[in-house]
Design a protein. Structure first.
Length: 109
């Protein structure tokens, strides 16, 4: 079972905006090659940091409202939220070290 939670337009606010801690949200698509390579990296990061951050995934083809709300133009895109506020974003394939640095820089944990 994946430690990355799949969310959609209906669950985004409950899982991300109303969450009191840090949340990384990956916007991806099944047809996207870099997204497929990003998923194991994201899963590893989630497994190694369960007490620091919640990790979620949004399929851009199934969630047009959320994609429009955050002006997602490329995939994979990873957004960092803390206490409902968007604090940072990475576009393109990234590493666990880069995700860790983003979390440390923006949330301090």
């Amino acid at each position: 079972m994946s430690s990355v939670k799949e969310i959609n337009d209906d669950t985004f606010n409950d899982e991300v905006i109303n969450y009191s801690g840090a949340v990384l949200v990956e916007f991806s698509a099944d047809w996207c090659g870099p997204c497929q390579r990003q998923l194991p990296i994201l899963e590893k990061f989630a497994e190694e940091n369960p007490d620091r951050v919640k990790v979620c995934k949004v399929d851009v083809d199934e969630c047009p409202q959320t994609v429009a709300k955050f002006a997602i133009r490329g995939v994979p895109s990873i957004l960092l939220f803390h206490q409902g506020e968007k604090l940072g974003m990475k576009v393109g394939l990234t590493t666990t070290a880069a995700l860790d640095n983003l979390l440390l820089e923006k949330v301090g944990k």
